[in-house]
Write a new protein. Sequence first.
Length: 156
Amino acid sequence: MEPQARFFVDRMLGKMAKWLRILGYDTRYGSIETASQIETLHREGVVVVTGNTRWRHLPGVFFCEPSRVDEQCRQLAAAGLIRHEDVRLFSRCLRCNRLLEDIPKEEAVGRVPEYVYATAPSFCRCPSCGRVYWPGSHVDNMTERFRRITGWSLED
């Protein structure tokens, strides 16, 4: 089940887009050029997250100071835009936002370092860009960082 909230994060907040994808949120990333672009996204039920003061007054816009991503995550959580029960850790491609698909270990041969192939318990792949992902120490590190940010335990 996918999280309910969908986001469009402007280019000022690239790290925020990555973190929302890590958490499993459908997160588009790009430039915001016009108010009508924001209006269209709002009609589609997409929350625009921006650091640009020009757009902060429009419906469907959540303004974040372009500061540290930790504080931006706290702001989104405090506003109820990201919710503990919606988090689906590491379920999306960090590059292109598609939902990841589990793959048999054999399909990772030659696509990941030999040590990773020998030690990782599972693999998944982006159906769009083909990038292969696996659980490693980075998963624990990011999970712990987010726990410190929000106070949420993200263990399965």
